[in-house]
Design a protein around this ligand. Structure first.
Ligand SMILES: Cc1ncc(COP(=O)(O)O)c(C=O)c1O
Length: 416
């Protein structure tokens, strides 16, 4: 790997630098400066000057196909969703200016929770301001000091942060390894509170969890189970309820966490549950209580989108077709992929290192294609990835064009 990217010349240390609380960021500052000093386009500073549709935008001055958004079901420009948002903005104003437990619960928040209860067929639904806050709030509130959390080592940052906030004992296990998970559960002292946290789809490689086996093991040891379905809602499972539905374990899990920032196409987070005491969470969960609620226009767009996702079998089928076509096409071109076959709407292309990854990313964006460049610590096993996420609104022709751009960029950069 070139030293240019990872180890540019360090400036002379200034007097008093050791007291600078920013000195802990020196490595990442150097890494970024190294990347930019080579004249590369900054992969972490892309600007969408105009968004033309769920799959196209003008980015850095060029018309670009979007293959790195979480807009899996393409709901952002759905006419009913837009209309619902406009109406709520006009009727209820731009924001609630308050917490859900004081002045921040409007009719729209209740309707959104009703839509979620129906979507999942669950008794309770609680809407948070983001998915990050839903994990932070639910995990930290239910698992506190003296309790144990057993979780996959590749869990999302919001899950780790929820664990840290609650102060429970955190016991990670190797990614998707059922035996390793069981071993950790077996060692937990008798009588201790236990929470197992899993994700339906892991967002870096786009692989799914063996939920059938894992949920059975968790139950065998008397643990509660929380599954984050951020990347599967709307798409995976017969009714789009996620990997829990596909694996036939939706009735065995205690909490499903999700977000509105992906398939739902707006912003917000939620937890659904059948636990009879769940409603108490509204009074004891700090990231729910001590923050402003979502604007009326956002909950109106979310509720409309969720209801439409209940009846989106055709979109789901088309998204699966896109995902499989892209996976096969990239593999046939000679790229190394994160999974053997398409398991979700995320296809991860593994790059040899960050420098080559950044070079390939730039060749793609110059060719008119946006994907996510992902690097450690967000990625597992120190990998650099070009993460492609498909949308149900990508046409067959667009998927073909995407493959052409990958082919050209891959040859230009010597990756294939
Ligand atoms: C697995 C997972 N959980 C939670 C979140 C947080 O969602 P939000 O964007 O709504 O904060 C994300 C976001 O990327 C995620 O990937």
């Amino acid at each position: 790997m070139s030293e240019g990217i990872l180890q540019p010349d360090k400036p002379e240390a200034l007097e008093g630098d050791d007291r600078d609380l920013f000195s802990k960021f020196d490595d990442i500052i150097a890494l970024r400066e190294g990347l930019l000093s080579q004249g590369r386009e900054d992969p972490f500073n892309l600007v969408m000057e105009k968004v033309l549709s769920p799959t196209r935008a003008i980015c850095n001055g060029r018309e670009t196909i979007l293959l790195g958004t979480y807009n899996y079901m393409g709901m952002t420009f759905d006419p009913d969703v837009i209309e619902a948002g406009k109406r709520a903005l006009a009727d209820f104003g731009s924001g609630t200016t308050g917490s859900r437990v004081l002045n921040g619960t409007y009719q729209g928040h209740k309707e959104c929770e009703e839509a979620l209860r129906e979507f999942y067929g669950m008794d309770h639904a609680m809407v948070f301001s983001t998915g990050y806050q839903a994990n932070l709030g639910i995990i930290s509130t239910i698992a506190g000091k003296g309790d144990y959390i057993v979780l996959d080592i590749d869990s999302h940052a919001s899950i780790w942060d929820g664990c840290a906030l609650g102060n429970a004992e955190v016991v990670p296990f190797k990614h998707n390894d059922v035996e390793a998970m069981e071993k950790r559960l077996r060692r937990i002292p008798e009588g201790a509170g236990k929470l197992v946290i899993l994700e339906g789809v892991y967002s870096m490689l786009g692989d799914i969890a063996p939920l059938k086996e894992m949920v059975a093991v968790a139950k065998k040891y008397g643990a509660m189970v929380l599954v984050d379905e951020a990347h599967s809602m709307g798409f995976i499972g017969e009714n789009g309820r996620g990997v829990v539905e596909d694996a036939g374990v939706i009735d065995d899990v205690d909490f499903i966490i999700g977000t509105f920032s992906k398939s739902v196409g707006t912003v917000g987070g939620f937890c659904v549950s059948n636990h009879p005491k769940f409603e108490i969470m509204r009074l004891v969960c700090r990231p729910y209580v001590f923050t402003a609620s979502l604007p009326p226009s956002v909950v109106a767009t979310a509720a409309t989108s969720i209801r439409k996702l209940m009846d989106a079998a055709d979109k789901r089928a088309h998204l699966w077709q896109n995902s499989r076509t892209l996976h096969k096409g990239l593999r046939d071109l000679g790229f190394k992929l994160g999974t053997e076959e398409a398991q979700s709407a995320i296809i991860a292309v593994i790059m040899p290192d960050l420098e080559k990854g950044a070079h390939m990313w730039e060749a793609l964006i110059r060719g008119g294609l946006y994907v996510n460049l992902a690097r450690p610590p967000a990625t597992p096993a120190n990998m650099t990835l070009l993460r492609c996420s498909l949308c149900a609104e990508h046409s067959e022709e667009e998927v073909g064009k995407i493959l052409d751009i990958f082919d050209k960029a891959g040859s230009e950069t010597g990756i294939i």
